[in-house]
Design a protein around this ligand. Sequence first.
Ligand SMILES: NC(=O)c1ccc[n+]([C@@H]2O[C@H](COP(=O)([O-])OP(=O)(O)OC[C@H]3O[C@@H](n4cnc5c(N)ncnc54)[C@H](OP(=O)(O)O)[C@@H]3O)[C@@H](O)[C@H]2O)c1
Length: 304
Amino acid sequence: MKQKTGIITGANSGIGKEAAVQIAQKGYRVIMACRSQARGEAALQEVRRESGSEAVELMLVDMSLQSSIRAFAAAFLTKYEVLDVLIHNAAMFDIRQKERVLTEEGVETVWATNHVGPVLLTDLLLPAVKRSEQGRIITISSKGLTAYPFLRVDLTDPEFARRKFSVQKAYYQSKLAQVMYTCWLADQLRDTATSATDIVSALSAGVTVNSIRVTNVQIDVASRYPNMPKLAQKAYAMKSKFAILPAKMAETYTYLATSPAVSQTTGSYFDDPEHIVQSSKYSRDKENIAQVMALTMKYVGNGR
Ligand SMILES: NC(=O)c1ccc[n+]([C@@H]2O[C@H](COP(=O)([O-])OP(=O)(O)OC[C@H]3O[C@@H](n4cnc5c(N)ncnc54)[C@H](OP(=O)(O)O)[C@@H]3O)[C@@H](O)[C@H]2O)c1
């Protein structure tokens, strides 16, 4: 049987790294898509050792930069024709951040990394995902969103250019947008999968798109956020007491990426393999989703 291939962004630490180990153990070729050569190389050796698989590679991408995402996608497509699993795990959330920061391409960094980047990367790799026998796209959101039931994507100012920046608000806005994007993409691909004129889709068993609502998971604060102020360190230490291990959370990634049980499941939002949950009423509304995606498309254009 042909070896399947999966990409995990931000796979050099935390849940992404554990998912790389688990998915490699399932016999998949795993591409660890990381922004730092040094952190990526170190994690690559760990993942190979822990998984016992040599079919694990490092490829560099900075998910905040469209130029980097385009270069990564081009490099991947030069090497591989088919992509079976794409996991949009990379995200930035640094509670030390007090001010809005723009990328060198001029986009607010949290919005660029956590929402715009995954949308562009999917678009560029979609032809390869459609060539899979059964392609899977997985986005990552946060259970913390439940604390913001009335949160909206600000259609006029998603980048906090005209309102006070809050890293929490920017982060949860980006994760809300990812949930809405998941519904939108699942719908788009449902349509193409049933179109008899689309030869590629007709040949494949269809592409599924699902999101994971990640709960409170332990973060290696000392290495992830050196020089964190004492108060924030204490807050993280408290939070960690109630957190699960990254490897436990990664089991849901691995399940959605590899289990035959979910080969036909699309547009769903998972807490864990047993629990499908619902996002907020606002985020499920088709008109709201269309507006968020119209806004998003202004950032990525047609993506190619
Ligand atoms: N931990 C939690 O409690 C929690 C809760 C809800 C949701 N989540 C979500 O779960 C996912 C994994 O988080 P985690 O807990 O495993 O945190 P983590 O250890 O901080 O992992 C985040 C990863 O994203 C990478 N990354 C950040 N910006 C990037 C960029 N511009 N380009 C490429 N990679 C980038 C980081 O790489 P660098 O090493 O280069 O920074 C790191 O490998 C994220 O989507 C997060 O939002 C986590």
